[in-house]
Each structure stands twice: as structure tokens, then as C-alpha cells.
Design a protein around this ligand. Structure first.
Ligand code: HEC
Ligand code: HEC
Ligand code: HEC
Ligand code: HEC
Ligand code: HEC
Ligand code: HEC
Ligand code: HEC
Length: 411
């Protein structure tokens, strides 16, 4: 593929190719750093893993029976709805007449009775197609996949952006208005099969076993089993009364609990979809779009310590809940390490052997200084919003830092 799409969104697609090429030539030392492809090559569950047959997945509704509260919350998240059939898209339903013009080209998406037709017109030449899949939610943006006569998936050249409440070019796929381009190319980009598989692996659950990709049986969205692995055995065992916590953990009905991961693994776990440190580093991606790879950015903060569980993704985000937008809600995380007053003395940054001790006694070790400016809403200043032009909106930079005026984006 030509460019680095949307500076963010499609990293991994490129990464996987680049990674393979890079990694095969690298010494063992670097391989031990664990990019997502390395994690996936090991035995055991890891998100986006494709070695399990579809019939081992139950779907989230089966979990609701026993994990009611978690289920109800998780259903409300954007993650759980990050891909759907176009006919299910509330964006398309509530915007039945979307249009966008560029030079002599006119783009439209018209929706009637749950059917969305995407068309491109240039003078007398016109092409149209039925949209099949919608990726992304009204949280940021939504892109569309459809099939052409060749039977392959194509990605619409236009995307719906929440900040614009309208269509614009799909990130990384903008055309210069004056280009004399064939209508086929103006309309879309063909998405190769391997890439399509990857879109679905990150946006849906149980879409593929090995090379067997089944669009009709996948579970749309990042649901329980995308993070916990297929749950068929667990449900079956728990239902017959093997319902002791020990069985859930170690028995025949065991299910993957990411709680067991080390802090570094835990961030890589979310990074399997959000872009881990090594995924992004090895891809060579740079620029403001990198602010979208939270794991990569977080691990570049001075705060980061790979043995300290106080700064993993799940220290700030409950993956079963929609992201919290109140800055004060994150203060307790910063203050678990930073002193509240400048008169107190910092304690040494934790060493590996102290990790266990620390886990048991989190509040007492403060490796970080106090802020001379404020005692609340830490993230509002130290996780600055970075504007990403292709996305028409800004994203919080997870590289926690002191922001100096006119300082360029630190890559
Ligand atoms: C018939 C009841 C039942 C169903 C259905 C069920 N679970 Fe559980 N689950 C349990 C019990 C009981 C435990 C152990 C105690 C606890 O943590 O609540 C457990 C524990 C877990 C754990 C923690 C395991 C650990 O090692 O600590 C996870 C994760 C989990 N379930 C996920 C799921 C998912 C995902 C589904 C749907 C695919 C599901 N469960 C369906 C009863 C059930
Ligand atoms: C299987 C892929 C996958 C994994 C694993 C994953 N995410 Fe996500 N996540 C997504 C996708 C896709 C979205 C985009 C949702 C949308 O379309 O708006 C997202 C969105 C989010 C959001 C913002 C919207 C929301 O639902 O609150 C947060 C926060 C988030 N993820 C945190 C995490 C954390 C924390 C972890 C690790 C525990 C994690 N994610 C693991 C795929 C994943
Ligand atoms: C490696 C996993 C991965 C792959 C592969 C992937 N996505 Fe995503 N996608 C994500 C995550 C994670 C987010 C949420 C990013 C965030 O909010 O920080 C996301 C967000 C989106 C969004 C919402 C807008 C945005 O940028 O937040 C759209 C639309 C989208 N993806 C479409 C696609 C399409 C289409 C493909 C395939 C051509 C694809 N994605 C491939 C992980 C992936
Ligand atoms: C984006 C990834 C993700 C998704 C989706 C997800 N979980 Fe989890 N789940 C996690 C992580 C990470 C943990 C560990 C949390 C922790 O250590 O605080 C966890 C922990 C759990 C636990 C154990 C809680 C404990 O105290 O040990 C249960 C039960 C559970 N999840 C059930 C579910 C169910 C049911 C669903 C679907 C409705 C679901 N999860 C969806 C990532 C996810
Ligand atoms: C120290 C706290 C903290 C940690 C650790 C953290 N986040 Fe965030 N995250 C935030 C804050 C604050 C926001 C902004 C919420 C808002 O106001 O919208 C945010 C927003 C997000 C969003 C939604 C905005 C976007 O860019 O699309 C995603 C996705 C996300 N975080 C993923 C992650 C992942 C993955 C990790 C682990 C690498 C992580 N976060 C670690 C504090 C944190
Ligand atoms: C795991 C412990 C830990 C957590 C959690 C943590 N920090 Fe830090 N932070 C540190 C350490 C250690 C340093 C470097 C030493 C120091 O500050 O004296 C640091 C440095 C900083 C710096 C100075 C960075 C620079 O560019 O010089 C800022 C600002 C900061 N942290 C803010 C925050 C904010 C805001 C949060 C919450 C969003 C947070 N930290 C969470 C441990 C942590
Ligand atoms: C209104 C913006 C703002 C808020 C809110 C804020 N800070 Fe700061 N912080 C700053 C600025 C600016 C500096 C740099 C001060 C300087 O160098 O003169 C700073 C410096 C720091 C430092 C470096 C101190 C040192 O001695 O090296 C840390 C650590 C820090 N802040 C943590 C936090 C934490 C934790 C919170 C929340 C409890 C917080 N900040 C809230 C603006 C803010």
C-alpha cells in the first residue's frame, strides 16, 4: 500500500509485512522484545489469534448469564460496536443522505430501509455499489467496505467523521482535486485479503480460523472473547456446576484472565490492536498520527516502568466500560506515584525485585515528584490533545510529559 494510512489507523496492516521482513533479519536480542507477531507465534491465547475454531466461541450473550454487570457495561462501549453490517449502522440510518464533492467528483451515500448505496459521479460517468460493512463508531469516524464485481473487498474513498458530521476523504486516501483519475480509483481502494482479515481481527471476534475467514459467522465488534479467548469450554464447565473460581482459573473450564499478565505484557495485550511499542517502533511510523498508538506513547513517558502495574492501560481504563471523559477521574492514578506536596521526598524508582512488594503496598512508594502547578486534573495538562489533520480531530497523547509552549510534537 502506498502511504502510511491516516497516520495511525492502519499501522499494523503495514507493520505486519514490514515486521516480518525486519524481524527475520534481526538478532535474537531484538526478537525477544515481543512485537505482536511474536506474541501470536507463541502457544496460548493472545488477542487477534486465529488458531481457534469458530464453534469454540459462544458470543457475549452466553457470558451475560453469569457476568451480568460486566456484560451490561461492556455492551455500552465503542469497542463492542467497532464493526457492524452497514445495515446496522446508526450513523447511516440517521444520515440517509450523505454527500461530498471533490473537483469534478461527487460522492454520495444514500440509505433507505437499511440499504446503503455508495455512488461516485464524474460528469456522465457513474459507479455505485452496496455497502456491506461499517467500521468505527460515532465516537470518531466510520469507514465502509463493499464488494465489486471482482468479488473482493474495496474500501470507500470517503469516511464519516463525527467532528464534521459529514463525509470527507478516508484518512490517508485523500485525492488531489485536480487529478485526472479513473472513476474506479476515485471510488475506492481494493483491500487485499490479508489486509481484510486483519481489519476483522481487530474489529470483530472469531472471524477466522487459520485461513478460513467466514464473514457470515463472525461476531461483530470487540466482544468478551476477543480479549478472553473462546469461551465455549468455560461456559460448559461452569454450567454443569464446576463453578468454583479455582476451576475458572485452572480447571478444564479455564478462561484467559489478562489480570495475570505482567505490567509490560498487559500493555502489549491492549497493544495487539492499539499498536504496541515494538509494533510502532519497527514500522518506522512518525508524526502526530503516532499519538493514536497509546501503548507506544505511554511507554515513552518518563513515568513508565515495565514492572509497575500502576501505569498499565487498565490502571486508567476499565476495558468493560466506555472511556471516562472527566479528567479528575484519572488523578488517583497519577497520585499513586506522584507526591501531592513538594516538601515530601521521593522514594527510589522501583527495581524489579521490589515489584511484588510494591504490588502489595502501592500507596506507599512514590517515585515521582509533586507538581508545582496543580493538584488536580493532571491529564488535562500532561496528556495534551494532539490534532491529527486526517482525522479532523484531536486525541490525548499518552506520552505523559511537561508540555512546553511551541514545542514540536515529540516523536
Ligand atoms: C454458568 C456461569 C458462567 C458463564 C456462562 C460464564 N462464566 Fe465466566 N466465570 C464463572 C465463574 C463462577 C467464575 C469464577 C468466579 C468469578 O470470577 O466470578 C468465572 C470466571 C471468569 C473469569 C476469570 C477467570 C480467572 O482466571 O480469574 C473470566 C475472565 C470469565 N469468567 C469470563 C467469561 C466469559 C468471557 C464468558 C462468556 C464466554 C463467561 N465467563 C461465561 C461463571 C460463568
Ligand atoms: C481485538 C482488538 C482490541 C483489543 C485487544 C483492545 N482494543 Fe480497545 N479498541 C479497539 C477498537 C477497534 C476500538 C475502536 C472503537 C470505535 O470504533 O470507536 C477500541 C477503542 C478503545 C477505547 C475507546 C472507546 C471505548 O470503547 O471506550 C478504549 C479506552 C480502549 N479501546 C481501551 C483498550 C484497552 C485498555 C485494552 C486492553 C485491555 C484494549 N482496548 C484492547 C480494539 C481493541
Ligand atoms: C491492529 C488492529 C487494527 C487493524 C488491522 C485495523 N484497525 Fe481499525 N482500529 C483499531 C483500533 C485500536 C481503533 C481505535 C483507535 C483509537 O481510538 O485510538 C481503530 C479505529 C478504526 C476506525 C475509527 C476511526 C478511528 O481512526 O478511530 C475505523 C473507521 C477503522 N478503525 C477502520 C478500519 C479498517 C477499514 C481496517 C482495515 C482496512 C482497520 N480499521 C484495520 C485497530 C485496527
Ligand atoms: C478489550 C478487552 C476486553 C473485553 C472486550 C472484555 N474484557 Fe473482561 N477483562 C479484560 C481485562 C484486561 C481484564 C483484567 C482486568 C483487571 O485485571 O482489572 C478482564 C477481566 C475480566 C473478568 C475477571 C474479573 C476479575 O476480577 O478477575 C471477567 C469475569 C471478565 N473480564 C468478563 C468479561 C466479559 C463477560 C466480557 C464481555 C461482556 C469481557 N470481559 C470483555 C479485558 C476485556
Ligand atoms: C494515566 C492514565 C491513562 C493510561 C495509563 C492510559 N490512558 Fe488512555 N486515556 C486516558 C485519558 C485521560 C484519556 C482521554 C479521555 C477523554 O477525555 O476522552 C484517554 C483516552 C483513551 C482512548 C480514547 C481516545 C482515543 O485516542 O481514541 C483510547 C483508545 C485509550 N485511551 C487507550 C489506552 C490504551 C490502549 C492504554 C494503554 C497503553 C491507555 N489508554 C492508557 C488516560 C490513560
Ligand atoms: C508508575 C508510577 C507513575 C505514574 C502512575 C505516573 N507517573 Fe509521572 N513520573 C513517574 C516517574 C518515576 C517520573 C520521573 C521521575 C520524577 O518525576 O521525578 C515521572 C515523571 C513525570 C513528569 C515529568 C516528565 C518530564 O517531562 O520531565 C510528569 C509531568 C508526570 N510524571 C506526570 C504524571 C501524570 C500527569 C500522571 C498521571 C496521568 C503520572 N505522571 C503518572 C512515575 C509515575
Ligand atoms: C494547569 C496545568 C497543570 C495541571 C492541571 C497539572 N500540572 Fe503538573 N505541571 C504543569 C507545568 C506547566 C509543569 C512544569 C512546571 C515548571 O517546570 O515550571 C508541571 C510539572 C509537573 C511535574 C514535574 C515536577 C518536577 O519537579 O519535575 C510533575 C511530576 C507533574 N507536573 C505532575 C502533575 C500531577 C501528578 C498533576 C495532577 C495532580 C499535575 N501535574 C497537574 C502543569 C500542570
Amino acid at each position: 500500500m502506498a502511504g502510511f494510512r491516516g497516520k495511525g489507523l492502519y499501522l499494523s496492516i503495514r507493520v505486519s509485512g514490514v515486521l516480518l521482513a525486519l524481524l527475520s533479519g534481526l538478532p535474537a536480542l531484538v526478537r525477544a522484545q515481543f512485537a505482536t507477531s511474536d506474541r501470536l507465534s507463541q502457544s496460548g491465547f493472545w488477542p487477534t489469534q486465529t488458531r481457534y475454531p469458530r464453534n469454540e466461541y459462544t458470543g457475549a450473550a452466553a457470558c451475560a448469564e453469569c457476568h451480568k454487570l460486566v456484560f451490561e457495561r461492556a455492551q455500552q462501549t465503542s469497542m463492542a460496536h467497532s464493526a457492524m453490517l452497514a445495515g446496522e449502522s446508526s450513523i447511516l440510518k440517521s444520515n440517509p443522505d450523505l454527500g461530498f464533492s471533490n473537483g469534478s467528483y461527487r460522492y454520495d451515500i444514500r440509505t433507505t430501509d437499511g440499504t446503503s448505496i455508495y455512488s461516485v459521479i464524474n460528469g456522465v460517468t457513474q459507479q455505485s455499489a452496496l455497502l456491506v460493512w461499517a467500521f468505527g463508531t460515532s465516537r470518531t469516524a466510520q469507514s465502509y467496505l463493499f464488494r465489486k464485481k471482482d468479488g473482493e473487498f474495496h474500501e470507500a474513498r470517503v469516511t464519516y467523521f463525527r467532528s464534521l458530521a459529514a463525509l470527507d476523504f478516508t484518512p490517508g486516501r485523500a485525492l488531489a482535486s485536480a487529478t485526472d483519475i479513473a472513476i474506479d480509483d476515485a471510488m475506492d481502494r481494493q483491500v487485499g485479503r490479508a489486509e481484510v482479515y486483519r481489519c476483522f481481527a481487530c474489529h470483530t471476534t472469531g472471524s477466522r480460523t487459520g485461513d478460513d475467514f467466514d464473514e457470515t459467522k463472525l461476531i461483530p465488534g470487540v466482544t468478551c472473547e476477543a480479549c478472553h479467548g473462546p469461551g465455549g469450554q468455560h461456559v460448559a464447565q461452569m454450567e454443569v456446576g464446576n463453578s468454583s473460581p479455582a476451576d475458572a482459573e485452572n480447571g478444564p473450564g479455564a478462561i484467559f484472565n489478562p489480570k495475570k499478565l505482567t505490567p509490560e505484557e498487559s500493555v502489549d495485550f491492549c497493544g495487539s490492536c492499539h499498536g504496541s511499542y515494538w509494533d510502532v517502533s519497527l514500522s518506522g511510523a512518525s508524526g502526530v498520527g503516532n499519538a493514536r498508538f497509546q501503548p507506544y506513547r505511554l511507554e515513552q513517558s518518563k513515568c513508565w516502568n515495565k514492572n509497575d502495574a500502576r501505569l498499565t492501560c487498565i490502571a486508567c481504563h476499565d476495558p468493560h466500560k466506555e472511556v471516562e471523559t472527566e479528567a479528575s477521574a484519572y488523578d488517583h492514578v497519577c497520585l499513586s506515584c506522584h507526591l501531592t506536596s513538594e516538601s515530601k521526598a521521593k522514594t527510589a524508582t522501583m527495581q524489579k525485585e521490589k515489584a511484588r512488594l510494591l504490588q502489595e503496598n502501592l500507596a506507599k512508594t512514590h517515585p515521582g515528584a509533586a507538581c508545582p502547578v496543580s493538584i488536580r486534573e493532571c491529564t488535562s495538562c500532561h496528556m495534551p490533545q494532539v490534532y491529527v489533520p486526517a482525522m479532523h480531530t484531536a486525541f490525548p497523547d499518552h506520552r505523559i510529559r511537561i508540555v512546553r509552549e511551541r514545542e514540536p510534537f515529540p516523536d
